[in-house]
Design a protein around this ligand. Structure first.
Ligand SMILES: [Zn+2]
Length: 149
């Protein structure tokens, strides 16, 4: 095993590994034409234009090459999805009571293994932690997670 760069070439923050299937599901035609890296990583830095980068070759994919808006890049934008599987956007989480209902309903689906995070959510994983953060006014760091990983 050789040491591979795991940090985003643009913002230099650590990226999280995502499955290739996530890129296959979410890249536009132009993105797909460039080829999907063997070991893609996701950059969740809010002000960084890079969404995916290649651990090996230095290729990067920006949001323009994705078919969905990326929550991690627009977490203050009401129209941006938080839960990509069951269609909850940031705006819907603004009301505390409603936010709790939505989070609970998503949690039930997650528990029933009805989610499809690896092909729906650009970060390739569960949105539940993001929902909890929004519900609590993003004050607390939570590690609520689930299914995949
Ligand atoms: Zn980055």
């Amino acid at each position: 095993m050789t040491e591979r760069p795991t940090h985003c070439p643009s913002c230099l923050q650590a990226g999280s590994p995502v499955d290739r299937i996530t890129l296959k599901a979410l890249l536009t035609g132009d993105g797909l034409r460039r080829g999907i890296p063997a070991q893609p990583r996701f950059c969740g830095t809010a002000d960084c234009p890079v969404v995916y980068f290649d651990v090996d070759g230095g290729a990067t994919f920006t949001e323009a090459e994705l078919t969905v808006r990326v929550y991690a890049k627009h977490s203050n934008d009401a129209e941006t999805p938080v839960c990509y599987c069951f269609g909850v956007n940031v705006g819907a989480m603004a009301n505390g009571e409603r936010a709790r209902e939505l989070r609970e309903s998503v949690a039930r689906e997650v528990q029933a293994q009805h989610c499809a995070c690896e092909v729906k959510n650009p970060k390739g994983g569960c949105c539940l932690g993001d929902l909890v953060r929004l519900e609590r006014g993003r004050e607390t760091e939570v590690t609520a997670s689930c299914c995949a990983s």
